[in-house]
Design a protein around this ligand. Structure first.
Ligand SMILES: *Cc1c(COP(=O)(O)O)cnc(C)c1O
Length: 332
């Protein structure tokens, strides 16, 4: 990737003459089956631009429970687009029926107007769960029938595609706008892409500027992203296998509860069997031994595999987690 950065065709993206960025935008629009695509510095910014394009202040956005938009964007949807969220379904997934039940009745001057449905695929806080393709199609069709706009938060869409064998274009089909990230499983240093109809993307350029995300020599990010799409996409399956292996070892330890059905991509969410163990203490102890984990609140933890984690690392990490948990359990 460093080599790709050094050889990149660099220009000023504010004048649309950064070669690598233009190439990446065309390539990703094509991959997603969309007319047009725009590079943005982060997935969060793509999500914010989408909200500003597809909603009006005071409206309601329907999304999955514990979605990134609700939990991980510092309240940005309210701050930048003036919308509120309604969370539906379970563990990242909902049905067309759930959606229909969630839409506020129309023509009522007191209720907020439901204007957008947002799907997160894969779903981070639920453990990288894939939104089932059939359900997604039904949800998109139902949204269209009820006059709602549709947005796909596909920061991890590459993983969903590799896990299901369904093309990203098919996974993005029917959505007004879709976002993908280069900085997650693909391992590029940064950047995301917002894709959709050309007229919407033309407006997105202005919102990117408003949010302070318009940059100049973005090719230094676009070139490694192009490299990542070529070299790091099909290997995501290895991350999925490693996550599965990690989950199997940890579930076998008897110290953690893991729903193996939720381990579909590169994320493992686990609950400590002993709720009296302090998760921040666990985190600190693991960090000292080189194992990094996330806390999801309560006694839930999140583990993740990626390009820099080898098979041996997985076995070693599982061993260390088992040992540290066992010693913390004994002490209580
Ligand atoms: C990481 C992530 C984002 C945000 O991406 P950033 O580049 O970190 O802002 C959005 N949605 C989901 C599902 C993510 O996992």
């Amino acid at each position: 990737m460093l080599k790709a950065m050094m050889q990149a065709k660099i220009g000023d993206d504010q004048y649309f003459d950064d070669g690598a960025t233009n190439e990446l935008q065309q390539h990703v629009a094509h991959l997603l089956g969309m007319e047009s695509a725009l590079w943005v510095p982060s997935g969060t910014m793509a999500n914010q631009i989408a909200l500003r394009l597809l909603t009006r202040p005071g409206e309601e956005v329907i999304t999955s429970r514990e979605s990134h938009a609700v939990w991980h964007e510092a309240g940005a949807g309210a701050a930048n687009a003036g919308v509120q969220f309604r969370e539906i379904g379970n563990r990242g997934v909902f049905t067309a029926r759930d959606l229909e039940d969630g839409i506020k009745p129309k023509g009522n001057s007191i209720f907020p107007r439901t204007s957008l449905v947002q799907i997160e695929n894969t779903h981070n806080r639920s453990g990288g769960i894939v939104f089932p393709v059939k359900l997604m199609r039904d949800v998109v069709a139902s949204a269209q029938k009820h006059g709602l706009k549709t947005y796909l938060d596909g920061a991890r869409l590459w993983n969903a595609s590799i896990a299901t064998g369904v093309d990203v274009a098919e996974l993005a089909m029917g959505f007004d706008l879709a976002m993908v990230s280069f900085s997650k499983g693909l391992g590029a240093p940064g950047g995301s892409m917002l894709a959709g109809r050309a007229d919407l993307i033309a407006q997105a350029i202005r919102h990117r500027r408003i949010l302070g995300g318009a940059m100049r020599q973005t090719g230094f990010y676009a070139a490694p992203a192009l490299f990542a799409l070529e070299h790091n996409l099909s290997r995501l399956v290895e991350d999925h296998h490693k996550a599965r292996r990690l989950a199997e070892i940890l579930a076998g330890s008897g110290l953690l509860d893991i729903d193996m059905n939720s381990v579909q991509t590169n994320i493992v969410v686990a609950q400590l069997r002993r709720p009296d163990i302090d998760v921040s203490e666990l985190k600190e102890n693991l960090k000292r031994q080189g194992v990094l984990i996330n806390s999801l609140g309560g006694s839930s933890i999140r583990l993740l595999t990626h390009i820099d984690i080898s098979e041996e690392d997985v076995t070693r990490a599982a061993g260390i987690i088992g040992d540290v948990l066992a010693s913390l359990s004994r002490r209580k």
